[in-house]
Design a protein around this ligand. Structure first.
Ligand SMILES: Nc1ncnc2c1ncn2[C@@H]1O[C@H](COP(=O)(O)OP(=O)(O)OP(=O)(O)O)[C@@H](O)[C@H]1O
Ligand SMILES: [Mg+2]
Length: 221
């Protein structure tokens, strides 16, 4: 079982949006996925209620319960866990980073947001986990801005996901309906961006983009 933590002390940078999109992308590929919501605001759990159904399973848990929650997930055959976390660099973020094989730190491309990820970057280093900043909700055609921001991110000792998510209405509309961008509009640019992010994540986790056929059948049984 692979575990991906989405953390950032900064609020509203897209943690939950990215968590639900990656979880659903893996479900669509045929994996058994659990989304663990460590945020007391329970936004991902709320999304799951709007969505209805159990695919992906969303489990709201306090961070003190993270280890047993992951153990249960592994025992019940979950292939991939995505952890959504509260906007703080506190014990929940530490627990998520420690449990993860890969840490994604969403950030907007503004000076305030970049400054705010410094503590989160330090936390990932202390946990000795591979941490990647992900630029989210960037303005379209912002190539020069992305280059400037990349320099700041590297100076924090973080790597940068080699693609970004653009500011797109499809992300907002989809989530409000308990969906993801590909379910809302499969031809949308947002859906393509998420698919590329999913493929990148699989590469980092050394996980194939689709499960072996037998496992895929089990997931749909
Ligand atoms: N790429 C995007 N394009 C457009 N809107 C986006 C994008 N990413 C996130 N948003 C919107 O930004 C807002 C904040 O996103 P989200 O709730 O995912 O952030 P968060 O980091 O989980 O917030 P919190 O810290 O409160 O948990 C939401 O309204 C969401 O729809
Ligand atoms: Mg959130």
């Amino acid at each position: 079982m692979k575990v991906v933590a989405i953390i950032s002390q900064k609020g509203g940078v897209g943690k939950t949006t990215i968590a639900v999109h990656l979880a659903v992308a893996a479900v669509q590929a045929g994996y058994t996925v659990a989304l663990v919501d460590l945020d007391p605001q329970a936004t991902a759990a709320q999304w799951s209620d709007w969505r209805g159904g159990e695919n992906p399973a969303v489990v709201a848990a306090p961070h003190a319960r993270l280890t047993p929650t992951l153990k249960e997930a592994a025992e019940s055959g979950v292939d991939l866990v995505i952890i959504d976390s509260p906007p703080a660099a506190d014990s929940a973020a530490v627990a998520a980073a420690k449990a993860a094989d890969l840490v994604i730190i969403p950030t907007r491309a503004s000076a305030f947001d970049l400054h705010a990820i410094r503590t989160t970057a330090d936390l990932v280093k202390v946990a000795s986990k591979p941490g990647f900043a992900l630029l989210n909700a960037v303005p379209p055609r912002a190539t020069a801005l992305i280059e400037e921001v990349a320099t700041v991110i590297y100076s924090l000792g973080l790597s940068l996901v080699p693609l970004c998510l653009v500011e797109r209405a499809a992300f907002r509309h989809a989530v409000l309906n308990g969906q993801t961008a590909s379910e809302f509009d499969s031809d949308s640019k947002a859906a393509t961006e998420v698919q590329n992010l999913y493929k990148w994540m699989c590469g980092q986790l050394h996980m194939s983009e689709r499960p072996p056929v037998a496992q895929s059948k089990k997931a749909h049984a």
